[in-house]
Write a protein that binds this ligand. Structure first.
Ligand SMILES: C[S@@+](CC[C@H](N)C(=O)[O-])C[C@H]1O[C@@H](n2cnc3c(N)ncnc32)[C@H](O)[C@@H]1O
Length: 278
């Protein structure tokens, strides 16, 4: 009898587990679904069917990449985030579920015009615009390659007419004012980089992870320029590392922002700081 999807799946799971991949089960399933051109739900009901040899060959190639430490999203080229699917390349941060805490906090506010600083894939600003049909936005990044990915994601989501992507060093090329400014900036201190999982350190761009200093450089830049771009009573919402709440709150207080609050992620760790313009 020919080999089934289920048998290929079992072998793939074992191969990844042997390579020390903690999420071997889930990753083998996602990679096999990708090789088959199905979603995971369809694969689950086809496990007893024979796997075509070319699909099996492709699955083995995907498994080899994963066993070598490449994250699933960088292998398949996409990541599900909030309510959408986003293209992911080596030029952008692989969007994290933690960042959905920021999206949720932003959607609790009224806004018509939003600025996303360090947009990467565009996952934050595009998720916000998809939920607010009347709103428009700007996403900026210092990486031109990341902006190309964000533009492709905007086109995929039918949002090109409502978003502009700008090459900018934080606020340097940003014009106008916004009633909401959001950012998930690089916040890993240089000294903490060696502690990151290899699949993060070797596969997300350095400039998306770290400021090359103490991890607070981006928040200092944001605090220094925020008053110019926020409309009166507009909101600033940023993602932070779990130990950075105190320092970021202080920077925002010094910048003259008010109503500063720290929100936890689903694991109860400090994850988001919200503030308002006077
Ligand atoms: C942590 S990633 C966040 C990407 C995306 N917003 C997300 O949440 O998945 C930080 C982003 O900030 C960008 N960045 C780093 N330094 C920057 C700067 N000086 N000005 C603008 N963007 C910058 C990086 O290129 C990267 O895309």
């Amino acid at each position: 009898m020919s080999r089934t999807y289920g048998a290929a799946m079992g072998d793939g799971r074992a191969l990844l587990a042997q390579a020390g991949i903690a999420t071997a089960d889930r990753d083998a399933l996602r990679l096999l679904a990708h090789a088959a051109g199905w979603d995971v739900g369809r694969l689950s009901i086809e496990l007893g069917q024979a796997i075509p040899p070319d699909t099996d060959t492709q699955f083995q190639q995907l498994l080899a990449q994963r066993a070598a430490g490449r994250p699933v999203a960088k292998i398949t080229g996409w990541r599900d985030f909030w309510a959408g699917r986003f293209r992911v390349t080596d030029d952008v941060l692989d969007p994290r579920p933690d960042t959905e805490t920021l999206v949720e906090a932003a959607l609790a506010r009224p806004f018509l015009r939003v600025l996303d600083l360090g947009t990467g894939t565009g996952c934050i600003v595009l998720s916000l615009l998809a939920e607010r049909p009347g709103a428009t936005g700007v996403g900026c990044d210092i990486s031109a390659a990341a902006l190309d990915v964000a533009r492709a994601n905007a086109a995929d989501h039918g949002l090109t007419a409502r978003v502009t992507f700008v090459h900018s060093d934080w606020f340097s090329d940003i014009e106008g004012q916004f009633d909401l400014v959001v950012s998930n900036p690089p916040y890993i201190a240089l000294a903490e980089m060696p502690d990151l999982a290899v699949e993060v350190r070797n596969h997300d761009p350095f400039g998306a992870l770290s400021d090359g200093g103490d991890g607070l450089g981006a928040y200092r830049s944001i605090a220094a320029g925020i008053i110019r771009v926020l409309r009166p009573s507009g909101a600033l919402i940023v993602e932070i590392g779990p130990s950075q709440a105190g320092a970021v709150v202080e920077l925002f207080q010094q910048a003259g922002l008010t109503e500063i609050a720290v929100l936890p992620d689903l694991d109860g760790r400090d994850r988001v700081v919200c503030a308002k313009a006077p």
